[in-house]
Write a protein that binds this ligand. Structure first.
Ligand code: MF3
Ligand code: CO
Length: 250
């Protein structure tokens, strides 16, 4: 599939989708407390998304059984909500959500601490978020995709962190996953040249330890092989002539 340039009309719809998703994340963050189950967070998330007249992008996507991916501690991404999974003081939790508004998707993830978390966990969350901002410094017309990837990788590796190789960001629009792939690590090829109107989901997935991951038997949950903590931060952005517009922030 070719990389698409969105029209003004499409961009308007993706802006609206992004605003709704940002608001959903803000609401969900308020609900995070020791004692809440990941199932309850998902239930609330789906309720919020539908209250805006949107549909959760992930529900039934490739058979995914919930609206939100909720990944705790050594879980990297795609954790499945579970009534028995109760958050406790000191946990870190990544919430990854997508919404469809009038046929257009927005995709964003945040990682939060529950109660008091360790300095190591705090740093991992902050650095993962900063990886996104380091990457998008290069997300403008005329640059190449690999400029974003390289910036993310070098920022994370300066802290000794492992940059996950088995999952990547992606183009986004009328489909959740569109071309191009947006890796968080440098490749030999420079990748496509960025052009105004391209919309990308940039999503660093960073491990405190080694970069290796494995899949659990549920065929969804990705965990770090060494059991180290992992964080995820993602937004949907619009490439312009200048600094990108972050669509999934209020
Ligand atoms: N944000 C993730 C991604 O871009 C989540 C989608 S996987 C799903 O791949 F199956 F849960 F939808
Ligand atoms: Co994504």
């Amino acid at each position: 599939m070719a990389v698409t340039i969105k029209s003004e009309r499409e961009i308007t719809l993706m802006r609206e989708a992004g605003k709704i998703l940002a608001a959903t994340h803000e609401e969900l963050e308020k609900a995070l407390k020791p004692g809440i189950s990941t199932w309850e967070i998902n239930r609330l998330g789906e309720e919020i998304i539908r209250s805006y007249g949107c549909v959760p992008s992930f529900k039934n996507y490739m058979g995914y059984p919930a609206a939100i991916c909720i990944s705790v501690n050594d879980e990297v991404v795609h954790g499945i909500p579970d009534k028995k999974r109760i958050l406790k003081d000191g946990d870190i939790v990544s919430l990854d959500a997508g919404v469809i508004y009038k046929g257009y998707h927005s995709d964003a993830a945040r990682t939060h601490g529950i109660g008091e978390i360790s300095p190591e966990a705090k740093q991992l969350i902050a650095v993962t978020k900063q990886c996104f901002f380091e990457g998008i410094k290069y997300a403008k017309s005329g640059n190449h995709l690999n400029d974003i990837s390289k910036a993310i990788q070098s920022y994370a590796e300066a802290y000794g962190y492992g940059v996950v190789r088995d999952l990547v960001g992606h183009g986004i629009g009328s489909h959740l996953h569109e071309d191009p792939e947006v890796p968080n690590f440098s490749r030999k090829r420079r990748g496509i040249k960025l052009r105004p109107g391209m919309t990308l989901a940039v999503e660093p997935m960073i491990n405190a330890g080694r970069l290796n991951v494995r899949w659990l038997d549920d065929d969804w949950t990705v965990v770090t092989e060494d059991g180290s903590l992992s964080a995820h931060y993602e937004n949907t952005i619009l490439i312009t002539e200048d600094a990108p517009e972050i669509l999934s922030r209020c």
